[in-house]
Structure formats: C-alpha cells, structure tokens
Design a binder for this molecule. Structure first.
Ligand code: P53
Length: 476
C-alpha cells in the first residue's frame, strides 16, 4: 500500500462560461452558452436564436469571476489547491471563431489569471472547449457538422499553446466529448458541437460526423502541442457514467456492453488513434455515409492523447427489452433506475463504488495515466442567518468517493494523477442553468433569478477539503 504520491494533484474544477460572466468584456464574442436560458430539474434550458431581450441568461454574469478571480484564487490557495482546472473561453480569444488573428485583450486576461494561480503554486489545468464555442460558428457554419471547424479549432489551440506553454503544462481538448451520445435531447448536441437539428432530421449520423471532426481536431491539436513544446501534456475528457446491467440475465449484460461501446468508443479513438471495429460495423449496418478520409485516419493515429481526464458523478443501469432484438443502446430510452443506490435531488444516482470500477475500467482498457477532473454533489445549500453553510452531505459524498479512489490506487494499482472536484466555488449549472444546484466549498450569494450580492463565504466543506489536501487524502 503506497497511498497517493507526493505530487498528487489535488484541486478543483470549473469552466469559463459557468463562472466568468463578463460576457461582453474585453472584446469577447457570443458563445453557445450565452444563448441558453435558465431551466430547472425537468425543465430544459431554452436555446434561443441569438440573445433575445427579456430572457434570463444566467451565464452572462455567472458569478463574476472575470472581475473577482483574485479573491477566488486566494481562497483556493487557502484550501491548499495544487492545481485549478478551468477552460479558456474560445470567444475571448477568437470572438467569432473564424478570424485570422486572436484578440489580445482575451489573451491578456488568461495571462493574468494564470499568473495569479502560479503566484500561489497552483498549476492551471486547461480545457480548450468546454461547452462554450463561438455562436457565430453555429449560425455561419452549422457548428461541428462542418469540416471547416477543424481549422478554426486548431488555430485556436495553437495560439493558446504557444502563448501559455510556460504557464500551463496540462491541457484537455473537448470536455465530455461523449455526452453527445445522447443525441435525442437538444442539450448535448448544442453544447458539445453547436448542432441544431431540423425537425425530422436523422440526428444520429450528424452526431457521429461532428464527433469525428472533433476527434480529428483534437488529434491535430495534440500533434501541434508536441511541435510547439514537447513537455506539454494533452488529455482527452470523457464523461464516465459506467453502465451496469440491471440483472445478470445474459441479454442485460450484452445490453450493458453495447451501452459501454456506444458511450466510450470516443476514448478508443483518442487513446488508440483509430475507430474500434464494433462502431465501424454499426456505421455500416445503419448505412451512415460519413466523411472520414485517409488523411483523417493518419491524423488520428498521430495525435493520441497523453492521459485520460474524466468526470464521474453517477453510474447508469440498463436492461434488454423485447422490442429491441439487436440490443441497441439509445440513451434517451435505455436507462433504468438502479434499486441499490440513492439519487440526488436532480435524479443523479450516487454510487461511490462506481468510481473505483470506472478507474479500473479505464486502466484495464488503456493503461494511460488517469485524472479525475470532475466529481461532486449538486445540492440545495441553505445559508444560515450567520452566513454559515453546513454541507455535511457534500463532505459525505466526496469522502465516500475519495475512499474508493484510494482503493483503486492502493489496492488495484491504477495510475491516478489527481482529483479536481467540480464547482469548487458555486457556479451556474451546465445542465439546468440554475445557481441553486450548488457544488462548491465556497458559497456564492447569487440566486436563480439573478439576485444576490455575489459575496463569497467558505462552507463547512472548505475546512474539510483543506484537511484532505494537507493529509494527502488520509484525513477524510
Ligand atoms: P450540472 C451531464 C452528465 C454528466 C456531466 O453538471 C455533465 C452533464 C451535463 O449536465 O456535465 C458536467 O452543472 C460538465 C460541467 C457540469 C457538471 O458536469 O448539470 O462538464 O460543465 O457543470 C455538472 O449539474
């Protein structure tokens, strides 16, 4: 038993659009996150045609990190963060996405932000595309259904790799690239890929085409990073929700296997540089006519990632049904409730053991270093009249997950680089646009309707996580 190594990367994770605000400052362009209204559990966020008057767009101000980042990073430093995962808002660097030259004011903002982190010895970990691509690329090009997006993304990647190579070592290309496996809903296709579908359009091949262009763009970015500075480490970012069979009936097991195929082939391409045969056979069976060229195949094989970043919040369960003889997994209708686990107020299945399982699954498949770049408990926190928040349920959730992560490292021998819990400071929920779905160690006084002073205040979990880091995961 060895425990976590001495340079284990404890920290926290956020994404630019969910906390920065300042949506029009420093020359920033409109992103896909800027045209999404606030929803709620069971109420989808509305994707509007541009920014419309009278609508509530929670990401426009978010928690105003754009102006308050010094105060927030000081609090992260107080907790003892070794690293801080955020994203670079593409629209601060290329406001429209298709410009030839980057926006200096945007580049300067991230220079200052990274300097502020480094001042405290906090290493920035950066996602290039986290649900915030330029909206102009949606209206002018149809989002990632268009091959031209590859060049725009690679240009963006090269600019930021070059600019920040001495400040940022760890990068990831596309956040939760596999969320779009759930293509029947409007959310993931839009946030992942800027896809808007025509009524009646066959969505599935469009999703595979968009994902293919993203995978090629990711591979070309990895290759570019190595040319710019071989010390840069570029990872992928996968939303890991392991899919269990509801029973041990063989068909349920095959259904779960197919589900894993359909959700995680993206990882195979990122890591091994080629498509797994099962998905190629599926494309052939469904007669999808995808634009995948020989040049693309070469690019994929030359741009394999250095590590696997992933989020883990919950596990899924599935079962075979009579009306599905091929046992095809369709995320919008193949999921069932797991009777053995509890659920959050937003219906997310709480399953710490699933994290140990996921770590082993990734390690067994790929033998690449792993990085848990998101994990956390979205809950309604109540601030007491004296300003304190007792979020013991969050401490319990995180401690249970860290215990399982420890077993994966100590008992199972998984190579784990670090752990950055999601929403280390309260921020706008991606899925619902709410403020009230909180994840933070730091409470932010802001409400769903946009009211609040934006004041920051550590919760009970703040001191707890400080001890976790200080003891390198021993004191839980
Ligand atoms: P929210 C679905 C399933 C798993 C992770 O999510 C997901 C989603 C999308 O909602 O997103 C990731 O805010 C994502 C973050 C997001 C976080 O999980 O809906 O990378 O941007 O905020 C939590 O509760």
């Amino acid at each position: 038993m060895s425990g976590f190594n001495a340079n284990f990367m404890w920290g926290g994770a956020v994404a630019a659009h969910q906390l920065e605000g300042g949506w029009q400052e420093g020359g920033k362009g409109v992103s896909v996150a800027d045209v999404m209204t606030a929803g709620a559990h069971g109420v989808a966020r509305e994707i509007t045609d541009g920014v419309l008057p009278g609508k509530n767009y929670p990401n426009h101000e978010a928690i105003d990190f754009y102006h308050r980042y010094k105060e927030d990073i000081r609090l992260f430093a107080e907790m003892g963060f070794k690293c801080f995962r955020t994203s670079i808002a593409w629209t601060r660097i290329f406001p429209l996405g298709d410009e030839a030259q980057p926006n200096e004011a945007g580049l300067k903002f991230y220079d200052d932000l990274f300097d502020e982190c480094l001042k405290y010895g906090i290493e920035p970990v950066i996602t290039l595309s986290h649900f915030e691509m330029p909206y102009h690329l949606v209206t002018e090009y149809g989002g990632w259904r268009n091959r031209k997006l590859i060049d725009f993304f690679v240009r963006f990647a090269k600019v930021v790799f070059t600019r920040y190579q001495h400040k940022v070592k760890y990068w990831m290309t596309f956040n939760e690239i596999n969320n779009q496996a759930n293509f029947h809903e409007d959310f993931a296709p839009f946030t992942n890929s800027g896809l808007k579908y025509q009524p009646g359009e066959d969505r599935e091949p469009v999703m595979y085409q968009a994902a293919h262009y993203e995978l090629v763009a990711s591979a070309l970015a990895v290759k570019a990073a190595r040319d710019i500075n071989p010390s840069l480490q570029i990872g992928c970012m996968i939303a890991m929700c392991p899919v269990y069979p509801l029973t041990c009936a063989p068909d349920d097991m095959m259904m779960a296997m197919n589900a894993m195929h359909r959700r995680y082939w993206f990882t195979d391409v990122h890591v091994r540089g080629k498509y797994p045969q099962h998905i190629l056979n599926y494309f052939a069976r469904r007669e999808f006519d995808l634009d995948i060229t020989e040049e693309d195949r070469v690019a994929l094989s030359e741009g394999c990632v250095d590590y696997i970043g992933f989020s883990y919040y919950m596990s899924f369960a599935t079962k075979a049904t009579d009306d599905n003889p091929q046992l095809d997994y369709d995320e919008s209708k193949s999921l069932v409730s797991n009777p053995y686990v509890q659920k959050s107020d937003w219906g997310w299945q709480i399953d710490p053991v699933g994290l140990r399982y996921s770590l082993n699954w990734f390690w067994d498949h790929y033998q690449l270093p792993l990085f848990i770049v998101e994990n956390g408990f979205g809950a309604i926190d109540v601030q007491q009249p004296d300003g304190t928040v007792d979020d013991s349920y969050r401490i319990e959730y995180l401690a249970a997950h860290i215990r399982e992560m420890k077993k994966a490292v100590e008992e199972d021998g998984v190579d784990l680089m670090g752990y950055t819990p999601w929403g280390c400071i309260d921020l706008v929920s991606a899925g619902t646009g709410e403020m009230k779905k909180r994840y933070g160690f730091i409470y932010v006084d802001k409400n769903n309707d946009g009211s609040g002073t934006l004041a920051r205040r550590p919760k009970k979990s703040f001191a707890w996580y400080q001890q976790v880091i200080k003891s390198n995961g021993e004191s839980l």
